[in-house]
Ligand binder design. Structure first.
Ligand SMILES: Nc1ncnc2c1ncn2[C@@H]1O[C@H](COP(=O)(O)OP(=O)(O)OP(=O)(O)O)[C@@H](O)[C@H]1O
Ligand SMILES: [Mg+2]
Length: 229
């Protein structure tokens, strides 16, 4: 994998300023280069067709949205995608949301609104359920442990209606923390057994964690498939 020229995990750069401490902390672990733009914004630098090029995170997001829209159109027999609703983390600030909307404009994707991810999940879970009472509400907790963040949402349902009662999150706890712990553990074991220094570069530089993640993704897909049956 050409990790220096493969842009990933850029969601955490969208709508941010280069000098923000959280951005500085993030980019330490990226395999690709991130530089400050003349106005203090963020630019991602990669080599494309042998040339050094820079992209704003919004532009990268626009490319991803365009690709997703094309895929959705193809999957629906070429039906034109007219409008979209895009889910974003509940903890996104106004600036991050505005940057998302800018990306939809660059991509030419008509976005009717941004919806909080937890609300989208709750809608998918309960809004079409026919077995809910019209008078006795049920409360459901949704837990979302992602790659870099964790959130818990409590939603209340009656038939055809939902109300979000509360949302809690930690923007800095996710699967990558588990990856890091596993990586450190096995690096120490290997070091002990082989009596040799084991490299401790950031996870994303490592083909070994890449392989580990591939296996995880495979089992994640399997879990989802099993879930649907
Ligand atoms: N089967 C699995 N077992 C354990 N962890 C897994 C498994 N499959 C995927 N993961 C981990 O789940 C994380 C990806 O989850 P998800 O797709 O929800 O993240 P995300 O929405 O992209 O991230 P975030 O919302 O935090 O920005 C990765 O850290 C990955 O390592
Ligand atoms: Mg997520």
């Amino acid at each position: 994998m050409n990790s220096k020229n493969t842009i990933s995990q850029f969601k955490r750069l969208i709508g941010r300023r280069f000098d923000e401490p959280e951005v500085q902390e993030e980019i330490k672990n990226f395999p690709y280069a991130v530089v400050r733009s003349a106005d203090g914004g963020i630019l991602i630098r990669v080599s494309y067709n042998g040339e050094d090029v820079t992209f704003t995170p919004e532009r990268i997001l626009a490319m991803l949205l365009k690709k997703l829209a094309d895929t959705a159109e193809k999957a629906n027999g070429g039906l034109k995608l007219a409008d979209s609703v895009i889910a974003v983390p509940a903890y996104f600030t106004d600036a991050q949301r505005r940057a998302y909307l800018d990306a939809t404009k660059i991509a030419g994707v008509n976005c009717l609104r941004l919806m909080n991810e937890n609300c989208a999940v709750a809608l998918a879970y309960g809004i079409y359920r026919t077995d809910l009472s019209e008078t006795d509400p049920i409360n459901v907790a949704f837990c979302d442990l992602g790659h870099s963040s964790f959130s818990v949402t409590i939603a209340q349902f009656v038939k055809g209606k939902l109300k979000i009662l509360g949302v809690g999150f930690d923007r800095n706890v996710g699967g990558r923390n588990f990856d890091r712990l596993l990586f450190d553990h096995f690096a120490t074991e290997i070091q002990k057994k082989a009596q040799a220094e084991c490299p401790r570069q950031p996870e994303s530089h490592h083909p070994s964690t890449g392989r580990l993640r591939k296996t995880e993704k495979g089992s994640q897909r399997q879990c989802l498939l099993q879930d649907r049956r």
